[in-house]
Design a protein around this ligand. Sequence first.
Ligand SMILES: [Zn+2]
Length: 70
Amino acid sequence: MTKRFCDLCGKEIFKIQETYRVCVESSASIYASKQDIADVIVDVGEICPACAKRIHQTVQELKLEGVANG
Ligand SMILES: [Zn+2]
């Protein structure tokens, strides 16, 4: 069986069911005028549950920040 490692923290992922794929795309309206929109898309490979949770939390915080700044 092939070993799987988290693409972010490098830890070994023991249960293959616990791998996550994450794709974060910035608000299209902000970058609509830019040609290099691909640069604002974060697409990591397979990550562990801990990193998935951290990304989720961070994204939520960023969204709240965006709302607060209007
Ligand atoms: Zn990780």
